[in-house]
Design a protein. Structure first.
Length: 249
């Protein structure tokens, strides 16, 4: 079992390629009945497989830092709020965020802190990109307007994943209007947000490209002066355990 430092955000990600390369029965065996039922509700079978892989990954990841088998984890979500580990299961104050997109699933884990994670496939067409940008903050629109045409698509996904990660960290989801907070990419940080979320510079972001066709953003809150370390690694499709760490800072 590995120790997780209080100033670390750990992110594990799993590419989903040819489905024959993945031991789906083993993934499925780790899930609860409720998770299996939820996976079966997806209208596209591929979406259900991504859900299964993401939740299996989360369970293996949690068990690598706490003395509990992957099948023993239970989660609570009240009134549509983000899920949390059922109280009393672990002595560690573990917090997590989960995300999946086409051909990639990922999970982030930290201690005590609020956490948000988003992953997106950037090689897919975004027919409504300009419509989405209309809801961004003015400063974000300006940033995109000043991008070279060949950079605009990438910049959009960098901003979008940061914003998605932030609203997941707050627990509000898209009920927090997209123009009520703003991010910037270079450096990746929060520019402003509603006052109840504290000083913008207390929010720490990490942008990463886990593959040539995916964009990822993780965010957490830390007191001013606290050094935070973001670590990310790809996991093996067969063990759901890390291969190498990358993208740390």
């Amino acid at each position: 079992m590995e120790a997780l430092a209080t100033n670390v955000v750990e992110t594990w990600y799993l590419p989903i390629g040819d489905s024959s390369e993945h031991p789906w029965a083993e993934y499925d065996s780790l899930l609860s009945r409720e998770e299996r039922d939820r996976a079966a509700c997806f209208s596209r079978s591929r979406d259900g497989l991504h859900y299964i892989a993401a939740h299996a990954l989360l369970r293996v990841m949690l068990s690598s830092f706490a003395e509990l088998p992957p099948t023993a984890w239970r989660f609570l979500s009240e009134n549509g709020a983000r899920p949390e580990i059922e109280p009393g299961l672990s002595m560690l104050p573990l917090r997590f965020s989960l995300s999946h997109t086409d051909r990639l699933v990922a999970a982030s884990l930290t201690l005590c802190r609020t956490i948000g994670l988003d992953v997106e496939a950037v090689d897919r067409p975004v027919p409504d990109m300009e419509q989405v940008i209309r809801y961004f903050a003015v400063v974000e629109k300006s940033l995109l307007d000043h991008c070279a045409p060949e950079q605009r698509h990438r910049a959009f996904f960098q901003i979008w994943t940061m914003k998605e990660a932030f609203v997941k960290a707050t627990g509000l989801g898209l009920s927090l209007p997209l123009d009520q907070f703003a991010v910037t990419v270079h450096p990746s940080r929060l520019l402003f947000a509603p006052a109840e979320w504290g000083p913008p510079h207390s929010w720490r972001f990490h942008l990463l490209k886990p593959s040539p066709v995916h964009q990822m953003a993780a965010v957490t809150w830390a007191a001013i002066g606290t050094h935070m370390e973001f670590r990310a690694c790809e996991v093996s499709a067969h063990t759901l355990m890390p291969q190498t760490h990358a993208g740390s800072r």
